[in-house]
Design a protein around this ligand. Structure first.
Ligand SMILES: [Fe+2]
Length: 149
């Protein structure tokens, strides 16, 4: 993966991560205590994801430029309406779908980097793989909770 493509991919990921943060940052508004607790931690995890991607971009000499327009980024990306959704089960269904997409997106990115012989890209793959795993963990929690409702 050349530098231009790498930078483009990282900024796309960064945009999506900002969208993920938006899903959980209003955790306090949820009625279910377990959801509030999980979403609070998920918010922190998403902040960590953003921090790591920012750090990779900066260490590559770039400037993080997520296309955060204040709008519904995730909804636009995946064709779902986020802001009008209020049913808890529906929220869990959409969020688990989005975390699944995140996990899949990272898996693709990681495998592309792994095909690279460049040591630097191998290192970036390891950082991205940690985010990939956490997206998967969140997906599984959301699915589990959805079934328990
Ligand atoms: Fe994330």
């Amino acid at each position: 993966m050349d530098d231009e493509k790498l930078n483009k991919e990282l900024n796309k990921i960064l945009t999506l991560e900002h969208g993920h943060l938006g899903m959980y940052k209003n955790y306090i508004e949820h009625e279910d205590k377990e959801i509030r607790r999980a979403f609070r931690r998920f918010m922190e995890v998403e902040e960590e994801h953003i921090g790591k991607i920012n750090s990779i971009i900066r260490n590559l000499g770039g400037k993080p430029s997520p296309t955060v327009d204040g709008g519904d980024i995730i909804g636009k990306f995946f064709g779902v309406t986020m802001n009008t959704v209020s049913d808890t089960k529906e929220i869990l269904k959409i969020y688990s779908f989005i975390e699944k997409k995140s996990h899949e997106g990272y898996a693709k990115f990681v495998s592309q980097l792994e095909q690279d012989t460049q040591e630097r890209n191998q290192f970036i793959a390891e950082i991205a793989a940690a985010n990939m795993l956490e997206a998967h963990l969140m997906q599984l929690w959301l699915e589990n909770k959805m079934q328990a409702l």
